[in-house]
Design a protein around this ligand. Structure first.
Ligand SMILES: [Zn+2]
Length: 62
């Protein structure tokens, strides 16, 4: 019973996210895009973020 309630809520969230998918602006560069990735970033900014993270991880390892 509880499990099905949670599933319903998740499906509603997915609907909202799809509706918002049309006009989004990247939090990194501010460019308007139809598709944002993790952290509200466009593909380019996400790639840069990953590169930064890799550098941080490498410096921690040393
Ligand atoms: Zn961007």
């Amino acid at each position: 019973m509880q499990l099905s309630t949670v599933t319903d809520l998740n499906e509603q969230d997915a609907e909202v996210n799809r509706a918002h998918d049309r006009k989004l602006s990247c939090k990194g560069c501010g460019r308007t895009t139809t598709h944002l990735f993790q952290y509200d970033l466009c593909r380019d900014c996400l790639n840069q973020t990953f590169r930064r993270l890799i550098k941080v991880i490498d410096s921690v390892r040393k």
